[in-house]
Design a protein around this ligand. Structure first.
Ligand SMILES: [Mn+2]
Length: 288
């Protein structure tokens, strides 16, 4: 597909360049029809881009600037509303195209199910791909209300259908008993925390790694604009520190999902999300 023809160009993220061949590509996947509680994350990418206007390109924490990272903002995909499998197929095709150009995808959800097609494309290109999952929820259900394709099943689907080199889960504080049992058997499961266990796990994260961040990993006090808020979460500072630790690893794809701006009148969730995206681009972005 040709960017701008099959995708909508709206406001671009801070510091984006006009070169579609840039080494990094930001892409919105505004699908929220698998959300189990409050929908609205389809408006996440737009709100994150808008909030990015308030940021400096320079990161004081990283002592690096977004100006040192070339990235193209491909806008939001036009998805067939209500059609889950059709939307997932389009997202997968778009990410596949980014990877085929030797570019790195940075995807903005949408609900968490958008990570599945991103992972499918990345796992095909990078055999043995490892997954780092930062989320309040385990997302390990076999099905939700009879559906295997749901934002509550995404990590389970990835484990069941892709040949991954392992899944590391951090900051989880909500699961069913079945999910908890499954996590103990099949994932590297580090509930409640991020920084301390990630420091220890980073040495095992060799080879290509995909990072998915659900904004609800952060406490709803800092990120209320999300579909399934869960109290007792990590702080924004902890999440940003975690991303910096992951900078030691070979990150081949990244997504940030579940920002639903309608539940946050002050826009603090989108402000945080924009900062997470800026830091992720600086930390994981391929240099030209
Ligand atoms: Mn979640």
């Amino acid at each position: 597909m040709k960017w701008g023809k099959d995708s909508i160009r709206g406001l671009s993220f801070l510091g984006a360049c006009a070169d579609a061949g840039a080494p990094n590509v930001l892409l919105g996947a505004p699908m929220d029809y698998s959300a189990s509680f409050r929908p609205g994350s389809r408006f996440g990418p737009e709100a994150i881009r808008h909030a990015s206007c308030n940021l400096e390109e320079y990161s004081l924490q990283l002592e690096k600037s977004l100006e040192e990272v070339r990235f193209f903002d491909a806008g939001d995909l036009l998805l067939p509303f209500g059609n889950v499998t059709g939307s997932l197929a389009l997202i997968e095709k778009a990410v596949e195209q980014i990877l085929a150009g030797d570019q790195r995808p940075f995807v903005l959800g949408g609900d968490h199910l958008v990570s599945l097609p991103c992972l499918r494309a990345c796992a095909r290109r990078f055999p043995g791909l490892k997954l780092v999952h930062i989320d309040a929820h385990a997302d390990l259900r076999d099905q939700y209300m009879g559906e295997h394709l749901s934002h509550a099943t995404v990590v389970r689907q990835a484990l069941d259908t892709l040949n991954l080199g392992g899944v590391w889960q951090f900051a989880v504080r909500s699961a069913t008993r079945e999910e908890h049992d499954y996590a103990r058997k099949h994932t590297k499961f580090y509930p409640f925390e991020l920084v301390r266990p990630l420091r220890q796990a980073a040495a095992d994260l060799t080879g290509p790694v995909y990072v998915t961040v659900d904004i609800d990993a952060v406490d709803p006090a800092f990120a209320p604009g999300t579909g399934t808020p869960e109290s007792g979460g990590i702080t924004p500072a902890e999440l940003l520190e975690g991303l910096a630790i992951l900078g030691e690893c070979q990150i081949v794809g990244f997504d940030l999902v579940e920002v639903a701006p309608a539940y946050d009148g002050a826009g603090i969730t989108a402000a945080l999300a924009a900062k997470i995206v800026r830091e992720a681009l600086i930390i994981f972005g391929k240099q030209p």
